[in-house]
Design a protein around this ligand. Structure first.
Ligand code: ZN
Length: 112
């Protein structure tokens, strides 16, 4: 199914809002990801805890950054009129799928 202009406007809005939300989250979680100061007077176990929490925070941050990139790519595709088609089979990606995940570049069948 070819997307209508209204659909594309709606999806662009969803993608932009999601992008803004993620960028705020990324900006707000800088402290969690910040390096643990080696001279901080914490015990060895709490240091391990802190390092583990830092790893978790870093992984979450990386996922946010990946999604930001994917959403920016989706907005580029909207601008260039290549939005909504599966990159593999070239079929149209369903509107429901795009609403849930505007950055999707593959249809439900190809996403595996
Ligand atoms: Zn496909």
């Amino acid at each position: 199914m070819v997307l209508s202009i209204d659909d594309i406007i709606k999806l662009e809005q969803i993608a932009s809002e999601e992008l803004e939300r993620l960028q705020k989250e990324i900006a707000g979680s800088g402290d969690e990801v910040a390096a643990i100061s080696p001279d901080k007077a914490i015990g060895r176990l709490s240091r391990l805890d802190a390092m583990q929490m830092q790893q978790v925070a870093k992984a979450a941050q990386r996922r946010r950054e990946d999604r930001v990139t994917a959403l920016q790519n989706a907005l580029d595709r909207i601008d260039s009129g290549r939005f909504g088609q599966c990159e593999l089979c070239k079929e149209w990606i369903s509107l429901d799928r795009l609403k849930a995940q505007p950055e999707a570049s593959r249809c439900g069948d190809c996403a595996g």
